[in-house]
Design a protein. Structure first.
Length: 133
């Protein structure tokens, strides 16, 4: 997958679309803590972002084990912190992904994409109905 013009203009280098989701995330900074616990904000085949109160305890490029629960599915991945914001948002890039784990993430992101398409269709339908009223 190539980069879109918008991604290039804004310095994005990601190759997978981020999908909004609601779930929980626990990230253990390896090798022995601390644990960051928060709300999963988005997920892609290449990584995830979550909000937590103690993101500032993490260092960029720190290795983490992330456990995510989203849409009734649990997923555990090895990653590295690539982004930390002052408001507590932490971005993680998945690393050392086995083919089995890659397939699990692919299936979950496909499900999330289907849910997002349904949400957008409902929104569009509601807007059209409101415009007709």
């Amino acid at each position: 997958m190539g980069f879109s013009e918008t991604e290039i203009e804004h310095g994005e280098r990601r190759t997978h679309s981020r999908l909004p989701c609601v779930g929980t995330a626990k990230a253990l900074i390896l090798p022995d803590g601390p644990m960051m616990v928060g709300v999963l904000e988005n997920l892609s085949q290449g990584g995830c972002a979550f909000s937590c109160d103690n993101a500032a305890t993490a260092k960029l490029n720190a290795r983490v084990e992330v456990q995510m629960d989203v849409s009734g599915s649990a997923l555990r991945m090895l990653g590295e912190i690539r982004h930390i914001e002052e408001d507590g948002l932490a971005g993680v890039e998945f690393v050392e992904v086995s083919s089995r784990k890659a397939e699990q993430v692919r299936q979950l992101t496909t499900e999330l994409w289907e849910l997002e398409k349904e949400r957008l269709a409902r929104f569009k339908k509601a807007r059209l109905a409101a415009a007709d009223a």
